[in-house]
Structure formats: C-alpha cells, structure tokens
Design a protein around this ligand. Structure first.
Ligand code: REL
Length: 867
C-alpha cells in the first residue's frame, strides 16, 4: 500500500514535470531517462542492451521497423540489440513488440491481464508502451510496445526511437544521433492515444528539377529505394498517407515494388486530386486518345478498371472525379451532370472490381479550383466519399463545411500547400511558410469539423522539413495547439534536432526567417518590392536578415561539429540564401535610383548585384557539392531569379542594372541613402493631454496587438497570434466556429486610442491576412468606427476578383480601406468590431492627410504611443 502510494506520487510528479516543462511538444511526454532505477526498464545499461522480440506472425512492416529500432539503438549506444524469435529464448530484459490480435505474445499478455485490451481493441493507430514485470519465465522485465493495428505498433516503435534521440530527420536532414550509454524507460503507460485526424499525409509535387535530379542520381529514380526513405520519414512523424511524385512519374509502374513496400509499411496510398482511380497522369499515353469522358469513355473505363485491379487489397484512398488533361478545367462552364455521371461510373468500377460494397473502399473527391464551383452549384457528392476541401494553393482555405450542415459519413479533408506551381507565380525554391498561419488556417478547418484527411503539398520535401513536421504533428492532435503555444513548437523542434544548448536562439531564427520570407515569396521579389527611399524600409529589411546571419553564424561556430550539417540545411542555408537574395534586389533598386540621378555610386551597386548574384550560385553549389560531399546534390537547383511571368525561368537571370560613365561632370561617391527619413518627433507640442498613438507625418500606424482595450464575449475572445504576419502579430477571434456576431454596445471589439492634431476626413487602412470567404455567406465582415460613430459594416471579401486575390496572395496581405470624418482634434478611439471569426488583423494605418503616406511595401512603421 505504502509502496503503491509512493509510486503513485512519483507518477504524479513525473506527470506534472512533464506538463510543466512541455505543455505539448513533438513528444508530449518524455519517458526515457539516463538513470537506472529498480522501477525503470533498462533498454541499454552497463554495456548491454535489452533484446528485442517480435512474433514472426506479426505484420512484415512491424518486423521491418523493429529492425530500424535495433539500428537506432546501435546508433545511440554502439551496442547491438539481439533479435529473438521465440519468447522462450528471452532472458532478463526484453522489448516485446507486437500488434493486438496479430501477435500471439501480445494476446497472451492480454489474457494474463498484464496489458489492458481495452486500451487497444478497436482503436485506430494507437500504441501503448509499458513495463511488465516477470511476464514469462526467465524474463525479469519486458518493455511491451503493443499496437492496436499495424501502424499503431509501428508508431510505438518509432516513438521509442525518438525518445532515445533519433530525429525523424536523421536521414533527410542529417540530424545527428547523440551517443548515450544508459537508456532507461520510465514506468507508466506511455501512449499518444488515437490521432484526431484519420489520414495525415504529404504530396510530393513539382519535383523537378530538384528532387528528381537528386532521386535519379542517388537511387536511379523514384523507385522503392527512394520511397523506402519517404515512407520511413512519414511514419516517424506519425503520418500515414502519401500522394506520390507525379511530374512524369508513375508510382505503380516505374517500380512495382513501390506499392508493395507502401503496403508493407502501412502507408495509405493515394494519387493527386486529378489522378482518378489510382492511375498516374503520366500513364495516360497519347495512344489512348483524348482524356475526355464524353468521347472516349470506353478507354477511360478500362484504364480506370486496371487501376483498381492493380490496387488489390492495398490500403488506398481512391481519388475520384475528373479534371481536364494535365490538371486543367475539364470543360468550359459548369459540367455538373457530366461529372456526377463520371463519378457514378467510377464507383461502379470500384464496386465491381473489389466485389465489396462501395462504402468499404475509402474514396476522396477534391474540390480543387473549378470543381468547387460545381459543388457550390449543387453537384451531388455521395455521402461515403470524403470531400477534400482545398486552399487557394497559397495556404488560404477556400471552403469549409457549414456549421449547421448534417454530418457526412465520408467527412471532410483539407488539401493544403507549402509549394505551388501556378499563378500569380510559382513558389518552389525555399521555405516561405509561417507555421502560425498554418496553425490558424488548419485550426479553423478542424473547428469546422475537417478531420478525415489532412494533406499538404510539400514540393521536393526539402527544404520544407520544419513546416512538414509541424503539419503532421498538428494533424495528430490539433486540440493540443493554440495561439499561445505555437511559439513553443519552434523551441521544441530546435531541441529535438540540435539539443538544448541553443534551442531558444535557433527557434528565434526559424521564426524570423520564415516571417521575413513569407512577406513575399522570393520568386515575386524584385527591385521594386521594398522602398529604398521611404521609411528606411529596404535597408531595415536587409539589416534584419543580416542580424539573422550573424546569429546563425555565431551559433554555427559554437555548435558541436556533428550538428553542423543539419544546421546548415535547416537553418543556415535558408538564412544565407534568403538574405542574399533580398540584399541583391535592394542593391538593384539602389543601382537604378543612383543611375537615374547620374550618380556614379550606381556603379558600386552594379558590382554588388553581380557579386550577390554569383553568391547565390556559390551557396547552391556548396549545398550541392561540399555539404556532406554531395549527398544533397540537385536539391537546391530550383531557379528563383529572373521570373517575368508566373512560370519559372529556364535559368537564373541576373537583374538588369545600369552603369554610369565616369566623366568630370559625374556626381561621385557620396550620397545620402536615406532620402526622406520620416520626422518622428511630435514637434514639441504639449503632450500632457494626449494619449494613445499620436498623429505624425500625416498618419498613425498601429500594430494590431497594441490595442488599448479588448472586449470579449462569453462565446469568443480576441486572441493574439504572436509572430503571425508581415510585421508584428495577428489578432483574431477564437473559437472560430461561431455564427456571425451582431454589433451592439457590448459586442466584442478592439479599441485603439489615437490622438489627432488635425481634423477632417481620414482613411483607415486595415491590413489583414488574406483570408478567403470559406462560407456560403456573401463574405466575412467586420465593423469599424471612431468614438460613438455608427459602425460601418465592411465586407472583407467584397472584391472577390481574380486580380484582387492575386495581389493579396502576392503581397500576403489584404488592405481594406474605410473613410471617416473626424470633427475635432484631440484624443479619439478607433473601434474594430468583430462580426465574423477567421479575419486576422495585422496592422492599422490611419491616413490623416491625403498623399502623406509614402509608398512602401510593409506600410509605415508604428507611430509613437503616449501611455
Ligand atoms: O498544386 C497542385 O495541386 C497542382 O498544381 C498539382 O497537383 C498539379 O498536378 C501539377 O503538379 C501538375 O499536374
């Protein structure tokens, strides 16, 4: 009794420590320590490892992944764990791995009451890891990793690998394995429960030239050797679903082992949104005629039939529906009847070939681009099919289920993008994704009931390592993430990959480089992006990037040598390359400016542009040839300089610069670069009765999080999303699954104290993240007013033109203007009323004198605030 009480206290303590140090994490619970104790399980101790038992009757994938664990133990401890096939051969300490209902040993442990069947029976992808004392003769202690199903067991194994210090990125980003000689598992039932999202996956896409070049050089193509690495990576991150590479690639044809291996590992295969019935787009050869159901249905039907035959019993989510050839709209106008007929035919094929009721084959229909219009206009989607809702290819969700819609058997999914080929411009080179926006959009989706499929387009996999893991971690349990703890993710990820020493600083670099890169995709940057004349904007942008270089370089110098390769790929390279690119465009802008003035300093900038352009190629070259002696050759070969339309240039093209002939008349050398530094002083006025943000230079600029007052309601709360957006943070109403709010005296609003020295008409520019109207309402709305003025109700999505959308996503901001009359100078309150959730306000700029706000990309810096 006394001992039990002590043990209970210990568990509680450990539990509380776990909770206090990591409210959530990649691994929410650390159950591995380096200290031996009579209660712990010695996985590795005093030069010996526990042996590993897996029943031969278990899934081959489980046997395979158990081998990975043995290898991981070796990497950590330099000791080989012995594999045992008969439990009678086991002695003293053994890791017993098995799947409930498949491993006779796990079933015996259940029967003996040593592990609880209720934890596993009927569960999806669940594992429990626990110590069992004296389970069988000769065994003192077993560490039992039991899975409810194949993936449950596999996740349990990889979870232990992760606990002993093996990152999912050990191969894909060369994260080193830290040597340890004592590894002990704590008592307790270690489990991550069931995932909240059923299918969680990635789409390898737009994979040429980078990933293709690499895969062909290292593996001879997109074959099973290549996919072995991909499947392992996905499973180590507890994902389960893949759309394979499809740029001219044929997953099932190029190497028949691809599908066999996926099945062995338990990866659920799919094909992309426009490749129905498991057939790769590239399998449709010219000899088959037109990709057109109205004129070529027989060939299409046979083509699809073969796809389902080939699929056999392998776990698959079958894509249904149809787009035009090569991911184009199928017809002009809306072809609802045709599409419904196609889907009916496809479902008949599935049923006929599988000989199973149609509901027993998971299917998904993506409402991608124009297909969503069909749906909005009434296209019927069978209830058992998962409706895959999509973003706009730029990370902004286009559609969510209505709050009061009746549940669908097939549920809903989201197809999201971290990489894209298409308008307004490709973005494929480097990571530009802020996890804060991913969190905010996917949280929205989850709150609206999207929990069947989450899949993200990850381009070449590298260099999206960080946001990929975030996406899959979040998919496991979106409920663990909130606006307040997303920032912890950076730190935990840095710890997992680089150890504790510099985790805080590395986290800071990750969060700032992604913020800076997300302001505008590198492919869209040019000499005109940031202002070289106003608000010191361009120089500040360059200086901020340079600070990141300084920090990253200094960490790099201090890091243990074994971390350096990983650090280069995951942190240093993106910082160096992004900084360099921005500096090059700013130098180009200065070259243009000075050349126009006939100032010979233009020539200095001309040289600088050349140097920086060359540096870009040198950085790429280092990544390809020097880093790990060429392990990642080709991976950074995506062109990114010299775009003149949405499609990439063949090769990087240096920006055009001008040179000045030096003559006696030429202005030389000295020039002040800061042309119109805004007066920031408030001109000695008496500030005694002034409060809030103070007008100066014809405007007041405010970061949204710096409100004076926030009024919440019982249902919703203003929630700051730190670091989200282009300048500071974002603010939004959470939870998001609420009906529109009617404005009243008490309704939720933000108040900003401001002080005007002038009066008359003012304009308010409200800067928002480019959220789309994902509802069937006419748009998302907010209210805005000064003081007691009647609030103006503004439809954020009023202009839903293609042009407006393209500008908003390119600028990664949508600015909405309202006009107001200010009758008196002095203190005022700007009131921002919440009506619809999901709008994310980043910044507010009030123009008090027309034409006084100078042209810039990020808007004027924040004004002086009198507290
Ligand atoms: O990003 C997308 O979803 C599409 O552009 C791609 O799926 C598309 O298939 C493209 O790579 C080529 O077909």
């Amino acid at each position: 009794m006394c001992l039990n009480f002590k043990l209970l206290c210990k568990f509680l303590l450990l539990f509380l420590i776990g909770l206090s140090t990591k409210s959530y994490a990649i691994n929410p619970e650390k159950y591995l320590v380096n200290q031996a104790s009579s209660e712990n399980f010695p996985l590795v101790s005093k030069g010996k490892t526990a042996s590993v038992f897996v029943s031969k009757n278990d899934f081959p994938g489980v046997l395979k992944v158990a081998g990975h664990l043995e290898n991981d133990i070796f990497q950590v401890s330099d000791l080989h764990a012995k594999r045992i096939n008969k439990i009678a051969e086991a002695q003293d300490f053994v890791v017993i791995i098995g799947t409930f209902g498949k491993s006779e040993i796990i079933d015996q442990l259940v029967k003996k009451g040593k592990i609880d069947a209720n934890q596993l029976r009927g569960k999806w992808e669940k594992f429990t890891t626990q110590i069992v004392e004296n389970p069988f003769k000769g065994i003192k202690k077993a560490l039992v990793i039991a899975g409810s199903d194949k993936r449950g067991t596999i996740y349990g194994i990889y979870d232990l690998s992760n606990q002993i210090g093996v990152s999912p990125w050990y191969y894909w980003a060369d994260v080193p394995v830290k040597k340890q000689s004592e590894l002990h598992v704590l008592p307790g039932i270690h489990s991550q429960g069931e995932p909240k999202v059923k299918y969680r996956g990635i789409f390898i896409n737009d994979e040429a030239p980078a990933l293709s070049g690499w895969a062909f050089e290292k593996f001879g193509g997109f074959n099973s050797k290549f996919y072995d690495k991909v499947f392992e990576l996905i499973l180590r991150m507890k994902g389960n679903y893949l759309w394979p590479a499809m740029w001219g690639r044929m997953f099932y044809v190029e190497d028949p082992q691809n599908a066999v291996l996926a099945d062995e590992y338990g990866i659920v295969m799919g094909t992309s949104h426009h490749e129905p019935l498991t057939r790769a787009h590239a399998e449709w050869g010219k000899e088959k005629g037109k990709w057109d159901f109205t004129t070529n249905s027989e060939t299409l039907i046979n083509f699809w039939k073969d796809g389902i035959k080939r699929m056999g019993n392998k776990e698959t989510i079958v894509t249904i529906g149809m787009r035009g050839d090569g991911d184009e709209p199928m017809t002009e106008g809306t072809a609802i009847g045709l599409l419904e007929n196609i889907v009916k035919t496809q479902r008949n094929i599935i049923q006929e070939v599988t000989k199973k009721p149609i509901e027993e084959t998971p299917q998904m229909w993506a409402l991608y681009k124009e297909v969503q219009d069909y749906y909005d206009k009434g296209m019927i989607v069978p209830d058992d099919v998962t409706l895959l809702l999509c973003d706009d290819n730029w990370g902004n969700i286009r559609k969510l289920p209505e709050l009061n819609s009746k549940p669908r058997k097939g549920g809903y999914g989201i197809y999201y993008h971290y990489d894209y080929v298409g308008g307004p411009r490709n973005y494929k080179w480097i990571n530009t994704n802020q996890i804060e926006r991913t969190w905010e959009q996917m949280d929205l989706a989850y709150q609206y009931g999207v929990d069947k499929i989450w899949i993200v387009n990850v381009g070449d996999i590298k260099p999206m390592e960080f946001p990929i893991e975030f996406f899959l971690d979040m998919a496991w349990n979106p409920e663990k993430f909130n606006a307040g703890n997303v920032q912890d993710y950076y730190v935990n990820w840095a710890k997992e990959n680089f150890g504790n020493q510099f985790a805080g600083e590395i986290a800071q670099i990750l969060k700032l480089y992604t913020k800076y890169n997300s302001r505008r995709k590198p492919e869209l940057l040019d000499a005109k992006t940031y202002s070289v004349t106003n608000y010191n904007e361009a120089d500040l942008v360059v200086a901020d990037y340079k600070k990141l270089i300084e920090k990253a370089s200094s960490i790099n110098e201090k890091l243990q040598p074994e971390y350096k390769d990983a650090f280069y790929q995951l942190v240093l390279f993106p910082v160096l390359a992004s900084s360099n690119l921005n500096e090059m465009y700013v130098a180009t802008a200065k070259n243009h400016l000075y050349a126009e003035q006939g100032n010979a300093i233009a020539n200095v900038y001309d040289e600088k542009v050349k140097t920086l352009f060359e540096k870009d190629s040198l950085l790429t070259n280092y990544y390809h040839t020097k880093l790990l002696n060429g392990k990642w050759n080709h991976m950074m070969s995506q062109t990114h300089i010299g775009y003149d339309n949405w499609q990439q240039p063949e090769k990087n093209v240096i920006p055009k610069t001008k040179t000045i002939e030096i003559s006696n008349q030429t202005k030389a050398g000295i020039s002040t670069e800061d042309f119109s530094k805004a007066e920031t002083l408030i001109n000695n006025r008496d500030l005694d009765h002034v409060w809030g943000f103070v007008e100066s230079n014809g405007y007041i600029s405010i970061e949204s999080k710096n409100y004076s007052k926030a009024l919440n309601s019982d249902a919703v709360k203003w929630t700051i999303i730190p670091n989200l957006g282009r300048t500071e943070s974002g603010i939004t109403l959470k939870p998001s699954n609420i009906k529109s709010i009617e404005i009243s005296e008490q309704s939720p609003r933000l108040e900003y104290d401001v002080h005007f020295f002038s009066k008359g008409n003012v304009k308010v520019y409200a800067y928002f993240s480019p959220t789309l109207n994902f509802t069937i309402r006419d748009g998302l709305k907010y209210g805005i007013a000064f003081d007691n003025e009647k609030p103006q109700i503004i439809n954020f999505n009023q202009d839903d033109s293609e042009k407006n959308w393209a500008e908003s996503v390119a600028d990664n901001i949508k600015i909405i203007t309202s006009s107001h009359a200010i009758e008196k100078t002095g203190n005022h309150v700007l009131k921002f009323y919440g009506i619809d959730s999901a709008l994310v306000l980043q910044k507010i700029v009030i123009e008090t004198e027309e034409g006084k706000i100078l042209k810039s990309y990020l808007g004027p810096p924040e004004s002086f605030r009198k507290e």
